[in-house]
Write a protein that binds this ligand. Structure first.
Ligand SMILES: [Fe+2]
Length: 501
């Protein structure tokens, strides 16, 4: 790749500024059409004046060149070292009789270059131009200041502006990340944010599959939806595949794509098509890069969170299966308990972890029965007082076993207190009213309902309607009356739906 040397600030300015073009033409007319050169220092410091880059500007179309060895170097060095501050211009006559007038171009005490005018020895008026040189020098100096001011403004726009944008973007991203832990929520939010900030019509996020050979599209928004669909992309193929394979950024006028890297490649995020059809700029790339650096941390966290959630669910299901194997099915989980608990929880506007913990606890409520003597659990007649005392130990036994699994600890208060009563006459701790954890209060209602509609050796099973009436009868004594109200509402809705079906 050929790296073009960036243009000097003054070179860019003099080439493109139309005021200068006009002003210079006027001065040339006044000065009898001399030949002019713009000579620029290629380094910032004037001591390195020997490395001058010579530019041939406005040389009246003739090919006359500025004699470097005889005129330019000795004179430029002399000016740079001694007299630049005192003299706005200096003149020198060459061996051929031509005269050269040097105008130093200064910025904050440094020589940035020279403007040189050359007058032919045949020009009879060249000595009369001195008063105009003063005006020309001050005109040049004003232009130099303007050039640097423009440059600084542009520099601020190109460097500070994107960073300011990126900072405000980070703020938005931080809000998105802190409010979503699951990939299903997080990825669409990140994609929408990227498209919105880059003012693009499409955004896609693809994640690397475990084999590390394919990208799997997870979010396809806007214009991308037309052609990307949900097919997997092989590393090395297409824009995203190449970004994934080489871990490099991609920028074209219609697309910007960056790799998501956290130790290894996690995926690729790309945006396409500006809303106003303008090409993507370096600024866009910088913003997307900043976004991706933050996004990948959140994505990785969400992946880890989901993996640990799967592990937790796996543990719960394994324990439940063990319970099914070793206990009579009466004492293990009924699907209806989980479903009803979820429905009541949602009706009560519970969400997130709180709801998840209550739902999961329903699978493990009677884990402690593993320690209850089998003959008591399987007894077909009424239990004696002593036998019932042994049954009452199961919440604590279950809590003690499950406490050893860190991910299940949030479930412990629900399991431990699912036999407490609203009036304080329950077990194991005789907690009363609001002292009983909310999850345990909900589960108590649903667990009792489930037991009532199940067959027991010592009694007939109730119909759902009878069981609901029984629960209502114990509202305010055994059960939290508010939860009973919600339970009744949910049950009535279910019964209506069943009738309609
Ligand atoms: Fe129980």
């Amino acid at each position: 790749m050929i790296h073009k040397k960036p243009k000097h600030i003054l070179e860019k300015f003099f080439e493109s500024n139309s005021d200068w073009q006009e002003g210079y033409e006027s001065f040339k007319n006044l000065l009898g059409h001399p030949t002019g050169w713009l000579v620029l220092t290629s380094d910032e410091y004037s001591e390195k004046i020997k490395s001058l880059d010579q530019g041939h500007f406005h040389s009246n179309g003739n090919k006359k060149s500025l004699p470097e060895e005889e005129i330019l170097y000795p004179y430029a060095i002399e000016l740079a070292r001694n007299a630049v501050f005192r003299y706005p211009f200096r003149e020198k006559v060459g061996t051929a009789g031509d005269s050269y007038t040097f105008f130093p171009l200064m910025h904050v005490g440094q020589i940035k270059g020279f403007f040189v005018l050359s007058f032919s020895s045949k020009n009879p008026h060249r000595h009369k131009y001195r008063p105009i040189f003063w005006a020309f020098s001050s005109y040049l100096q004003n232009l130099v200041q303007m050039a640097y001011k423009d440059y600084e403004l542009q520099h601020v726009y190109e460097t500070v502006h994107p960073r300011a944008l990126a900072l405000s973007t980070l703020h938005s991203l931080h809000r998105v990340i802190s409010s979503s832990l699951r990939l299903g929520d997080l990825l669409p939010r990140i994609a929408r944010l990227c498209a919105q900030i880059l003012k693009a019509r499409g955004c896609s996020i693809m994640l690397a599959d475990p084999s590390g050979r394919y990208l799997i599209p997870k979010v396809i928004l806007g214009d991308y939806a037309k052609h990307k669909k949900t097919i997997r992309h092989r590393f090395g193929h297409g824009i995203e595949g190449k970004v994934a394979l080489n871990c490099e950024f991609h920028k074209s006028s219609r697309c910007v794509a960056v790799p998501l890297i956290e130790d290894d490649l996690v995926g690729v995020i790309s945006v396409c098509n500006k809303i106003d059809n303008s090409p993507f700029a370096d600024t866009d790339m910088e913003i997307l890069r900043t976004l991706s650096e933050q996004a990948v941390v959140a994505i990785k966290n969400a992946q880890l969170f989901e993996e640990s959630e799967e592990l937790t669910l796996g543990s719960i299901k394994s324990i439940n299966e063990l319970l099914n194997l070793s206990l009579n099915v009466e004492h293990t989980h009924h699907q209806i308990i989980g479903d009803l608990t979820l429905e009541i929880g949602k009706e009560m506007h519970l969400h997130g972890d709180e709801l998840t913990h209550i739902y999961r606890a329903t699978y493990l409520l009677d884990t402690g029965h593993i320690a209850t003597p089998k003959d008591i659990l399987e007894k077909r007649s009424q239990l004696t007082r002593e036998e019932f005392e042994k049954i009452k130990l199961h919440p604590e036994s279950g809590a003690n076993v499950l406490r050893k699994i860190p991910s299940l600890r949030p479930l412990i208060p629900i399991i431990l207190h699912h036999h407490e009563r609203w009036d304080g006459k329950g077990y194991p701790d005789g907690l009363k009213g609001g002292e009983i954890p909310l999850g345990a209060r909900i589960v108590a209602v649903v667990d009792s309902y489930s037991a009532m509609i199940s067959k027991r050796p010592y009694r007939k099973k109730m119909t759902p309607e009878e069981a609901v009436e029984e629960i209502k009868r114990h509202s305010g004594t055994q059960f939290d009356p508010e939860i009973v109200d919600v339970f009744v509402k949910v049950m009535e809705r279910r019964m209506l739906e069943n009738r309609a079906a």
